[in-house]
Design a protein around this ligand. Sequence first.
Ligand code: NDP
Ligand code: 2IT
Length: 446
Amino acid sequence: MSEYLQRLLADVKAKNPAEPEFHQAVQEVAESLEIVLEKHPEYKHAKILERMVEPERSITFRVPWMDDQGEIHINRGYRIEFNSAIGPYKGGLRFHPSVTMGILKFLGFEQTFKNSLTTLPMGGGKGGSDFDPKGKSDNEVMRFCQSFMTELFRHIGPNTDVPAGDIGVGGREIGFLFGQYKRLKNEFTGVLTGKGINWGGSLIRPEATGFGGVYFVKEMLRTIKEDIEGKTFAVSGFGNVAWGAITKINQLGGKVVTISGPDGFVYDKDGIYGEKVDYLLEMRASAKDTVKDYSDKFRAEFVAGKRPWSVKVDVAMPCATQNELDADNAKELIKNGVKCVCEVANMPTTLEGYHTFREAKVLFAPGKAANAGGVATSGLEMSQNSMRLPWSAEEVDKRLHEIMVRIHDTCIETSDRFGTPGNYVNGANIAGFLKVADAMMDQGLV
Ligand code: NDP
Ligand code: 2IT
């Protein structure tokens, strides 16, 4: 890496101590941008990258709430407004006990590049709380969401910052958050995405991240003249994203043999299809947060405390969380002949894991390109809200599909143009960067 980029990384680490995920996300981008900055020193002179690693605004706030027994709890709420060069801040809210400023900064930083790739006018942001939804009643979740929004509402708006879901935030939470926003502002606007269908939501948004990831895999396989039909897949997680991906893989004739949770993974050699896919939604709604129930119900193998990357498959799609696939997992997948690895979670592969796949020349797509279908469909929800006209499921799915093909082709063309053909990570980072960087250059020193 050039001296300039090494210095930049050292500064990021010194200025943002104890935020290893943020350092990791910046390092991955910096590795890709070396070739761009050599060709275009104007970005260096304008300190574009130095500006991009500093959020435009970070907000933290107290979220007090009362449980069903009358006991008071205090959580921390966050919203990181990272970059608004190409549109209002846009990105999800994560409720999980592991949430810290560093986790949300890695997510907000990546979101800026991802949203740029979608072709839609959205800046980057992320937020959430260390609230743990596990085992909470609906009423407790509602009280938490109302308290969270009672502070957040003054920082967001349909033309300012538009949050959505992420881990631990689905349709139920978006409903409670929206209700409280409407009450405080006395206005009905598209301030959140992932809304219910009867009150401004978009068809296909729940499926969009998983569907988009599978459309992306289809294009990756096309480059080696192969298809999804007849292929076996390892999927991790069992949440919203895993469910959407598994649904679409089945529709396109592939076979999914794994899911995973914090308790371990399930290996179902007969494939996860039909009522088994519906059961994922039940497991998620139970708030128990385990996948062993699946193996008890459908007599599949359960492996406690392990990730699903030891199973022999053609395609691996990590759909759970960050850093869930390391270099050892990568070596195991490669040894078993994996053809394609597609990140659908955000940054599920460690840097060493990614380097291992790259050296073995395995097709590898980064989350910021392959999972962009979720936020892209949020962008389509914003368009429908602005027009006050809903689109049919077919219309939204068609647009989502076109967007994913375009993101794929942009990654390929851009990595080619910068002399690293077939490197989706470089393609995504460079194309995502150039659009935002040019907008920042146009808008002066802000
Ligand atoms: P859900 O809350 O629906 O599911 C998350 C899944 O990941 C659960 O199985 C969850 O179990 C597991 N998980 C989360 N954290 C950990 C952890 N530390 N260790 C082990 N397992 C964990 O979230 P989504 O499906 O929406 O999100 C999954 C991934 O996809 C995330 O990386 C998210 O950022 C990304 N993503 C989501 C989009 C969306 O539109 N929803 C869009 C683009 C990306 P547990 O609760 O026990 O942790
Ligand atoms: O990581 C992501 O892209 C999301 N969680 C979706 C964000 C959104 O605004 O729909």
